[in-house]
Design a protein around this ligand. Structure first.
Ligand code: NAG
Ligand code: NAG
Ligand code: NAG
Ligand code: NAG
Ligand code: NAG
Length: 547
């Protein structure tokens, strides 16, 4: 597929215009004033109730949001597989890996196989090194040839280097149409042959992707590593799934194979490569080889192929409440922070991720009744203020700031609904703030440590105030602060813990820290607008009705 090809084939980068301009014109606000406070009683408790009770409903809704075909994790085996004469995976694993299967999965149980090319590595190194943890993450980088002198000595900050096996014999004999793709799939065999001990999962991916490794651990923990399991993500671009497959994990974004599955695959992976010489996508070949063992794809919504172009901020700002696992195609999109270049953007995003991956990008929505404002926070990335109460069902839809992977004449382009075009109606257009800094050194609050994220306005919205909502303009807001607990989200989180725990609440800033329950802070130019009793308006907008 095109995603994979980009790794080795130089693709002309499309310079696409930001729909939301990238100029940071942050207002020089220093005056922090009390804007409003949601009390725990009114807000958090309400939300606790609402979200707690309707958690199942929300969860089901989320299932339909991105991933229309996520497989129940219990359906790993088809009837076909049950009759296969293979030794039980668990016994294999005992012998091969000497692990205690019932111990919780940790980072050491994962081995990454990253496939790249020497030419691209020069600039893609920054992407991989932003998430790679020397001596903690296990795995290898497979390059097409020996690195040139300028890349040596190989630094410890990069994954251990391997040069891909010569697969020319397989290619020649099978007359394979896509040698590069053969090399990429063959890496599964090569990473297995490294013989790492205690492996539960092999995670394969590209060198222009970010992996959120703590979240991979948490998500993989939900699956049974002693069975045959294949976990991946769909393309965002509808036609990519048609052209390739809805049943493949788009591999640039990463897919995970359980140890027993890889052990079974490698018995005849080269045979499998020879059987499908006409397939021109590594991901599709992988799916064919996995399918031969009767194993379906388990789709995860946090795996992001990013078959998109341009400014993907709208996409990243409406991330489902599912752990962020990966972001791919950094060379194909504009820098995700408008004032930074690509490598800076990646490292900036990882600043938040280093503190807490579990919340990364997950969207939190709340409302301020006095102003009829809606807030949409994408943790560690962006904050949006709308001068109107918009239902969650609307705010969950990404703003279509981005462009499709290919400029086809006709929609549908995407695997999800979007808001489009979002920027002309001042009641529908957000004030946009981007992640600036994270502070985890704040004193504890009610016995809980907390972290504070600050988001700064990226530019003036340039629209009149929304006429519907009592004319309360948000033009003067220059910063938004969001307080969260310094604890990870529960692993099985289907709802929104920030809200469940009453942590996303508006609050004054005012130097004197009578921090009670207020968690969402805005700084404003001048004025002194002490609004109290911001109450959740969710009841008025449908969530209550779903109880
Ligand atoms: C595999 O493990 C089982 C149980 O731990 C043991 O009885 C058997 O001898 C092992 N087989 C090999 C080949 O090591
Ligand atoms: C395996 O790990 C679990 C959980 O850590 C522990 O309770 C159990 O005793 C361990 N079993 C063995 C055989 O070590
Ligand atoms: C990784 O481990 C090696 C050998 O134990 C050590 O020399 C090196 O300093 C470690 N690197 C980091 C970044 O911890
Ligand atoms: C990105 O910006 C940083 C800091 O200004 C700079 O060091 C780096 O070379 C830039 N990278 C590219 C690819 O322009
Ligand atoms: C908020 O919206 C409601 C419903 O449209 C309206 O009745 C109320 O007056 C608005 N409040 C403000 C402060 O504009």
């Amino acid at each position: 597929m095109s995603a994979k090809q980009s790794q080795d084939i130089q693709i002309t980068h499309l310079v696409l215009q930001h729909i939301v301009s990238a100029i940071l014109t942050m207002q020089s606000s220093t005056t922090s004033i009390k804007l409003s406070r949601f009390s725990l009683d009114n807000f958090a408790v309400n939300l606790c109730k609402i979200l707690g009770i309707s958690g199942l409903v929300l969860y089901l809704a989320y299932l339909f949001f991105f991933s229309q075909s996520s497989c129940p994790s219990s359906q790993f085996f088809t009837p076909f597989q049950h009759i296969r004469p293979v030794s039980p995976p668990s016994q294999q694993l005992n012998n091969l890996t000497h692990t205690n299967h019932s111990s919780p999965t940790n980072l050491n149980h994962l081995v990454f196989g990253i496939v790249g090319s020497v030419n691209a590595w020069r600039h893609r190194k920054a992407y991989t090194e932003s998430w790679w943890r020397p001596n903690a993450t296990r795995g290898y980088l497979f390059l097409d040839t020996h690195p040139t002198d300028d890349l040596l000595p190989w630094p410890p900050s990069s994954p251990p280097l391997r040069v891909s096996n010569d697969i020319s014999k397989i290619v020649e004999e099978s007359k394979h149409v896509a040698p590069i793709m053969v090399r990429m799939v063959h890496a599964i065999l090569e990473v297995f042959r490294e013989g790492d001990e205690g492996v539960r999962w092999y995670v394969m991916g590209d060198d222009d992707s970010l992996f959120f490794v703590d979240n991979w651990v948490d998500v993989l923990e939900k699956y049974d590593h002693t069975k045959y399991v294949y976990i991946g993500g769909h393309s965002e671009f509808f036609m990519s799934n048609i052209w390739f497959s809805f049943d493949q994990g788009f591999g640039g974004a990463g897919f995970a194979l359980s140890y027993p599955l890889v052990a079974a695959m490698v018995k005849d992976l080269e045979g499998c490569l020879r059987r499908y010489p006409y397939l021109n996508s590594a991901d599709l070949i992988t799916q064919y080889c996995v399918d031969e063992l009767g194993v379906p794809l388990s789709a995860e919504r946090g795996i992001h192929q990013i078959d998109l172009h341009g400014d993907i901020s709208g996409f990243l700002s409406s991330h489902p409440q599912s752990p962020m696992l990966s972001l791919h195609h950094f060379d194909q999109i504009e820098p995700i922070f408008p004032t930074m270049n690509r490598s800076q953007s990646v490292n900036h995003l990882m600043k938040a991720a280093k503190t807490d991956q579990s919340r990364m990008l997950q969207q939190t929505i709340c409302y301020q009744k006095q102003t009829n404002w809606s807030f949409s926070i994408s943790w560690g990335y962006s904050a949006h203020i709308y001068e109107k109460v918009l239902p969650r069902s609307v705010l969950k839809r990404p703003l279509e700031t981005f462009l499709p992977w290919l400029d086809l004449k006709h929609r549908p382009y995407y695997m999800f609904n979007t808001r489009w075009p979002p920027f002309v109606d001042s009641c529908e257009a957000p004030h946009v703030f981007f992640f600036e800094s994270i502070d985890s050194s704040i004193d504890s609050f009610e016995g809980h440590n907390q972290i504070v994220l600050t988001y700064v306005r990226s530019k003036p919205r340039g629209l009149p105030t929304c006429s519907l909502s009592g004319s309360r303009s948000a033009d003067s807001i220059s910063k938004v602060r969001v307080f969260s607990l310094a604890t990870k989200l529960p692993k099985e989180n289907g709802g929104n813990d920030d809200v469940e725990n009453g942590r996303l609440v508006m609050e004054e800033d005012g130097g004197n820290d009578d921090v009670e329950d207020g968690r969402l802070v805005m700084e404003e130019d001048g004025g002194n607008n002490d609004v109290r009793d911001g109450r959740s308006m969710m009841e008025d907008y449908g969530v209550e009705a779903s109880r």
